[in-house]
Write a protein that binds this ligand. Structure first.
Ligand code: COA
Length: 375
């Protein structure tokens, strides 16, 4: 028997602390002053390049980002630290990712009118996992009181859409009746806040999506009519941190490649055609034309990228509200971005409305989910 999967609830956990571009640039420029003073002799001798200041104007122009939410701003904004400072938790305490995930999961369950005990599986899909094992998903499962099973998965920025496809396929085949796909993204801990080219890019958040059999939905829902995932290997977005790092002779302390790295321009050039082609193929094979689409909820990395994809998919400039952006407030939150956009901009859709969730990023990876509103 083939069941129809449906999104019956979504939830967003937003951290309490905000860093505006103005605050970020003040901290970054203070770090630059410290760095240049400390290395004055090498800079004067021409053996080291002085670091340049960042600017608010550039950040907004290049990305559309105006602020970001983070789990700890004190460490990030201290020019002598420049990374979040998290208290080391004991193994008996809930992990930070699990804690963030819980709030998002509870919100998704509440929207669907469900209890955790109604859920059959938890997939924790995120760009970074705070430990190798036990799976963060299993901890979330236990903290929520979900029966069944749970597992972690990582497809970087596409983790949420790939997770939704995995859950939807399991529901279609009948192996589970429902699943929470949860995306706790602590991007502030993988960002190199001392690198002017990317220090403004990321923020923290957690999103959750409850997927059930459509026939079990207690209220209005979004039928998942079709999903499509694709990957193509690229080194243009990379983080070399991993469990083999300790065996490296050169130590790990200040290695730039142990944080997020990207060739932003190449990403721009290579990912855009890949995404545009992916969406066009997915829509054509599903019999969905541009005029059928009421809304696009895109990955939230960069405003010009989203504007480009919106224009390509619709064949015209998207009307206001047709392709909602949230990155001006949240920055890039990796896999969670398209789900925040969906969660905050889908309640007004009416019975029969069709929309597309799409994420893309490191791998390269791209995942798209076509949905139709019921009720
Ligand atoms: N403040 C001021 N100037 C800056 C700056 C900063 N923080 N960072 C870079 N610049 C300068 C550069 O020095 C460069 O100056 P030059 O032309 O004199 O050499 C100029 O701005 C352009 O830099 P560039 O890095 O080419 O900017 P960009 O317009 O390509 O924007 C990104 C950079 C990263 C925002 C953009 O390439 C991007 O978003 N790419 C896609 C990223 C993406 O999707 N990543 C996925 C992550 S999951």
């Amino acid at each position: 028997m083939n069941y129809i999967p449906a999104i019956t609830g979504t939830g967003v956990f937003t951290p309490k602390e905000i860093i505006t571009n103005a605050e970020l640039v003040v901290a970054f420029n203070a770090y630059v002053d410290l760095y240049n003073a400390e290395h004055a002799a090498e800079i004067a001798a021409g053996t080291l390049d002085a670091k340049a200041y960042s600017s608010e104007d550039f950040i907004v122009k290049a990305s559309g980002i105006e602020q970001r939410f983070v789990m700890d701003k004190t460490g990030i904004l201290d020019p002598k630290v420049m990374h979040p400072l998290f208290r080391q938790r004991s193994d008996d305490e809930p992990s930070l990712m699990a804690e963030m995930a819980l709030e998002a999961c509870h919100a998704a369950l509440a929207q669907a009118g469900r209890q955790a005990s109604d859920v059959g599986a938890v997939i924790c899909a995120a760009s970074n996992l705070e430990r190798a094992y036990p799976a963060v998903a299993i901890e979330i499962q236990q903290l929520l009181g979900v029966q069944g099973f749970a597992f972690d998965m990582n497809v970087a920025c596409s983790s949420a859409t790939f997770g939704i496809q995995a859950a939807a396929d399991m529901i279609r085949s009948g192996s589970i009746k429902s699943a929470l796909v949860v995306n706790p993204e602590i991007c502030s801990a993988h960002l190199e806040w001392r690198d002017r080219d990317c220090h403004f890019i990321f923020g923290d958040v957690a999103t959750a999506t409850l997927i059930e059999r459509a026939e079990d939905a207690k209220g209005p829902y979004f039928e998942i009519t079709s999903t499509r995932c694709a990957t193509e290997f690229s080194n243009n977005i990379r983080n070399n941190n991993g469990f083999l790092r300790r065996s490296r002779p050169d130590g790990v302390a200040d290695r730039r490649d142990m944080q997020f790295m990207q060739n932003g321009r190449k990403v721009f050039k290579e990912v855009l055609p890949m995404v545009a082609e992916h969406i066009a193929g997915h829509m054509a094979d599903s019999g969905v034309s541009a005029s059928d689409l009421k809304r696009l909820w895109l990955h939230q990395a960069n405003k010009s990228m989203n504007d480009f994809i919106g224009r390509k998919v619709l064949g015209r400039d998207p009307a206001p509200g047709e392709q909602p952006n949230i990155l001006q407030d949240y920055a890039n939150t990796s896999s969670a971005g398209s789900i925040i956009a969906f969660s905050k901009n889908s309640a007004d859709m009416v019975d029969g409305d069709v929309g597309l969730i799409c994420s893309f990023g490191a791998g390269y990876s791209v995942g798209s989910v076509l949905v139709r509103r019921h009720g």
